[in-house]
Design a protein around this ligand. Structure first.
Ligand code: NAP
Length: 252
């Protein structure tokens, strides 16, 4: 008999799900039967297309707008979801941005924007879903970190700090809620082909490819597959972990 992952009856919220890795996660969770809330900040049309793809395939989805770096917007989004759909069982903290610069030149705006969107957001979203997860005695929180949060990267002190912060956040949360059947894990992607990496110089990409044992760049689905496992019952005894989806780029 084949092993199946069945998320029917579960409600999932994926932040930044109109594009890239978030889109792949939303589609993957819906494919497994979850009702999916497709969060976006500015990409309304793209988010609507993701929700439509899910409903056309027989699933259930809706779009929800919020800047995840803003507490009031997050509270309103999650409050609305719980009111309409009764619960949020699965939270994927995926939304993220880069504002690269060398430390000497990094402005406070560049620092704040990345920390707000990539780290403060996980505090806001997790805080907003936790109470009802605790009541329901089931929950899955997966945060998309980065291998850069493990290794550091020149020109990305803000991004690396936020991504490393997500890992400490995840481990602390896992300890707080582990007894209630709620897991918190992080996924650390390596080099994934999305809009975020599209603008990098070809020479840099070629250099990076040499450091990847799998000898290929990652695809959004490579990350979504790990997220699917972590939110499933197959991973009920996996919590507080960082799972790399990087083709072997970083091993520790
Ligand atoms: P992407 O294609 O640029 O997508 C970024 C997503 O984040 C978009 O859907 C965007 O939504 C959303 N977002 C940005 N600011 C937001 C905000 N304030 N509120 C809500 N949503 C917001 O990038 P990606 O590669 O898929 O990245 C997804 C996650 O993976 C990020 O956390 C990134 O750091 C992480 N990651 C990516 C790689 C990689 O190689 N691609 C590697 C490691 C980690 P809107 O378009 O609506 O603004």
């Amino acid at each position: 008999m084949a092993v199946t992952i069945d998320l029917s009856g579960k409600v999932a919220l994926v932040t930044g799900a109109g594009r890239g890795i978030g889109k792949a996660c939303a589609l993957k969770l819906a494919e497994a039967g979850a009702k999916v809330a497709v969060n976006y900040n500015s990409s309304e049309t793209a988010a609507q297309e993701v929700a439509q793809a899910i409903t056309q395939a027989g699933g259930e989805a809706r779009t929800v707008q919020a800047d995840v770096g803003q507490a009031e917007a997050v509270d309103a989004m999650i409050g609305g979801l719980v009111k309409d759909w009764g619960r949020v069982d699965i939270l994927v903290n995926n939304a993220g941005i880069t504002r690269d610069n060398l430390m000497m030149r990094m402005s406070q705006d560049e620092w704040d924007a990345v920390l707000d969107t990539n780290l403060r957001s996980a505090y806001f979203t997790s805080r907003a879903v936790l109470r009802q997860m605790l009541r329901n005695r089931w929950g899955r929180i997966v945060s998309i970190s980065s291998v850069v949060g493990l290794t550091g990267n020149a020109g990305q002190a803000n991004y690396a700090a936020a991504k490393a912060g997500l890992i400490g956040f995840t481990k602390s949360l896992a300890r707080e809620v582990g007894s209630r059947n709620i897991t918190a894990n992080a996924v650390a992607p390596g080099f994934i082909e999305t809009d975020i990496t599209a603008g990098l110089p070809e020479t840099l990409k070629a250099e990076m490819l040499k450091t990847i044992p799998a000898e290929r760049y990652g695809q959004p689905e490579d990350v979504a597959n790990v997220v699917l496992f972590l939110v499933s019952d197959l991973a009920s005894y996996v919590t507080g972990q960082v799972v790399n989806a990087d083709g072997g780029m970083v091993m520790y």
